[in-house]
Ligand binder design. Structure first.
Ligand code: ZN
Length: 66
């Protein structure tokens, strides 16, 4: 099983191989075409941010408890 090279979580979908979704496919396309920094509209997958935020808020809760 090949993981999506963009979000590295989901398995690639048949339709968007090797990416898991059109979103990840678009991210890769923009990186190749314009470069990462030239295309500020490109965002990482939603679940990527959500996971970081969850990790950060867990950390804060733990800090407060101690
Ligand atoms: Zn993906």
């Amino acid at each position: 099983m090949a993981k999506c090279p963009i979000c590295k979580k989901s398995d690639g979908a048949e339709k968007f191989r090797p990416f898991c979704s059109k979103r990840c496919s678009d991210v890769d396309l923009h990186r190749w075409m314009g470069g990462h920094y030239a295309v500020p509209a490109v965002e990482p997958p939603d679940d990527f941010d959500a996971e970081i935020e969850a990790a950060l808020s867990d950390q804060e809760v733990q800090d407060k408890l101690h």
